[in-house]
Design a binder for this molecule. Structure first.
Ligand code: NDP
Length: 606
């Protein structure tokens, strides 16, 4: 049977057209500019509601060998791998009052990770910890992060509740000076920037947003004093409240069911539905856990990244798919089944079509799931995502869809246009005002904006050049780690580096690599390390040369933060990961090759 003869339960032509209609109706000329930065009148939205012991300390003027900026999962890996390498003089600088990064801030009800805990949680073997269930929730992850910090003594010498404002390179002393909001002037031989990609929450620039007189907050600063309860539910403070939530991304999908079961009335304002897949959480199989061999977690992470990116992996065997049984890998399994069914009839050039049909089938499953669960047909239709898998972040949740069968919950679908206006008392959609006592913004984080804006600080390098200026037309780097003119500063992130849905895998690879380099530099009295211009131009060219189709949320997708809100910003080619969506394991190999060779070509050392 050839590919054109397969019998399908869907009409591919209809789906192609429908996807395109849904995309086009959401495009807007203002792209990323539609969002409102949390500054000025809106700065209270980012105040930290979780601080228990506000720190009051004198400014520091001292020196460390390595300053790590950021105490999230990346900063924890960086600290742990440096300690393992024998680097002792470390300081983590973090704006929150504890470690955890995204898991420090995101404590909204239902917050949990939807990548399996065996793969996602950092350093399980090192901490001798086996998660009790397949998926870990925010409380478990935050406490695990704190345990990592304790084990590797990262609380020692750390500066918590401290925000970096500027980094300045001094050529004479070959040191960075780190200026903070506490008037610190900390000198460092090496700086590791691990700020995280989603650390600055954003608000929509909806007309009238500052007029609202009721209670309001962003999901990453959940106000439990108002709602009662905690991230595991029990929001008793909402029992007599009308609540509105704007946004239906991965965050809203997790917290809506908790709001629905506690609020007197809940309005969910939707612009684009998320694809909500099965979660099927279950306790950890103790027999399986007992049989694991040392090194299992790293191997599992590599296998997961390989199957997610659809490329190669261990001995190139696709069988590694079978050890995972979640919605992330279902797409790969459908593709494999279709290939098998076609057998020897697969022709050269069929792969694209087989992938497209596998993707249609996968998303039909997601849409059928909505129909099976949501009783009201009109509501069910509005909740169906019409775009390809991975255009938006897939969500794994078994509680969200049934919430729309509750009498006190109403979906307010905006047909892709978004909320029209906000008044003193409520939210307007299509000319109708929905009055609310509490308005929650589940509107996400800055992603496509400039690196320095997201980091919250700029770097002033050799001859006074600023990183903001240098990267104003897009990122220029060597391995996504070094940038010429900014010596002794190393970056662990995903721009020009690795993308994998299991982000900790990429963070750990970056941490292992940079710890190895820094240890070598310190042991060999190398006081200045900079990438050559040639090396970074060649690396950047390789990144830019990757076809846009392999980027997350390509140009045929509905707008969102995966594709810079559907705008054709040439900077996105520069800022994308190495190899686009499928280059992670290749990138890791390149890092290993570079450091194991011991010669570090492309770096100038003195
Ligand atoms: P997102 O950016 O994914 O979602 C923002 C939501 O706000 C979207 O639904 C968007 O609609 C909506 N929105 C924006 N402006 C308007 C408007 N004017 N009117 C109506 N709606 C509007 O943010 P999230 O916080 O949900 O998720 C961010 C990321 O955090 C995820 O993608 C994921 O990477 C991570 N995350 C991870 C989890 C995990 O399990 N590991 C769990 C939760 C989050 P539209 O889609 O149309 O733009």
């Amino acid at each position: 049977m050839s590919i054109s003869e397969t019998k399908e339960a869907f009409d591919p032509e209809y789906l192609r057209q429908k996807y395109e209609e849904e995309r086009v109706k959401r495009l807007r000329a203002d792209g990323n500019e539609q969002y409102q930065e949390m500054r000025g009148d809106f700065s209270h939205f980012i105040d930290d509601p979780y601080v228990e012991n506000p720190i009051n300390r004198a400014p520091l003027e001292d020196e460390v060998n390595v300053a790590i900026i950021g105490g999230g999962i990346g900063g924890l890996f960086a600290g742990a791998r440096l300690r393992e390498a024998g680097v002792e003089d470390i300081r983590v600088i973090e704006k929150a009052s504890d470690f955890g990064g995204t898991w420090y801030w995101n404590r909204y009800p239902g917050a949990a990770c939807d990548i399996e805990a065996y793969t996602y949680l950092p350093l399980l073997e090192e901490l001798d910890y086996m998660p009790p269930r397949k998926y870990a929730d925010a409380q478990e992850i935050l406490s695990h992060c704190q345990n990592v910090a304790k084990k590797y003594r990262l609380y020692d010498n750390a500066c918590m509740q401290t925000e970096v404002e500027k980094l300045v390179w001094d050529e004479a002393s070959r040191r960075w000076t780190i200026y903070t909001n506490r008037d610190d002037k900390i000198k460092a031989r090496f700086v590791l920037m691990v700020n995280g990609p989603l650390n600055r929450p954003k608000l929509p620039g909806i007309k009238g947003i500052s007029k609202f007189k009721g209670h309001t907050f962003h999901t990453s600063r959940w106000d439990y004093n108002y709602t009662g309860g905690n991230s595991r539910g029990g929001l008793t403070g909402l029992k007599d409240k009308r609540v509105g939530i704007i946004g239906t991304g991965a965050t809203a999908i997790q917290c809506v069911s908790y709001l629905g079961e506690s609020a007197k009335q809940l309005y969910v304002f939707q612009r684009t539905p998320s694809g909500v897949d099965f979660r099927n959480d279950h306790p950890t199989d103790s027999e399986w856990a007992a049989g694991l061999k040392p090194g299992w977690q790293k191997q599992r992470q590599k296998d997961f990244t390989a199957v997610i990116s659809g490329r190669g992996g261990r001995r190139g065997e696709i069988e590694q798919l079978d050890q995972f049984d979640d919605a992330w890998v279902e797409m790969g399994k459908i593709y494999r089944r279709r290939m098998r069914e076609l057998g020897s009839d697969v022709q050269p050039g069929d792969a694209g079509r087989i992938y497209e049909f596998a993707n249609f089938e996968k998303m039909e499953n997601v849409r059928n799931r909505v129909e099976d669960i949501v009783e009201n047909k009109e509501v069910a239709e509005a909740l169906k995502p019409y775009y390809a898998f991975m255009c938006k972040r897939p969500c794994l949740d078994d509680r969200y869809l049934p919430t729309f069968n509750r009498d006190n919950v109403q979906l307010v679908d905006t047909d892709g246009q978004g909320v029209e206006a906000i008044t003193e008392t409520g939210v307007i959609v299509d000319g109708v005002e929905y009055e609310v006592d509490c308005l929650i913004f589940a509107t996400g984080f800055e992603v496509g904006t400039d690196y320095t804006r997201r980091a919250g600080y700029d770097l002033i390098g050799v001859d006074g050049i600023s990183l903001e200026e240098k990267w104003s037309k897009g990122m220029i780097s060597y391995f996504g780690i070094h940038s010429h003119g900014f010596p002794n500063c190393l970056l662990i992130g995903n721009g020009q580096a690795a993308f994998t849905a299991n982000y900790p895998d990429a963070l750990d690879e970056g941490a292992l690599h940079t710890a190895h380099l820094i240890k070598h530099f310190l042991d060999n009295n190398i006081s200045r390390v900079d990438a050559t211009e040639d090396a970074e131009m060649a690396w950047t060219a390789a990144v830019v040369g990757t076809k846009a189709v392999t980027m997350m949320g390509g140009s045929t997708c509905t707008p969102g933060y995966y594709n810079l809100e559907g705008q054709h910003d040439p900077r996105s080619r520069y800022n994308q990961p190495y190899g686009g969506m499928v280059g992670a394991n290749k990138y890791f190999e390149k890092l290993a090759e570079f450091r194991d060779g011991g010669k570090f070509p492309g770096l100038e050392l003195s």
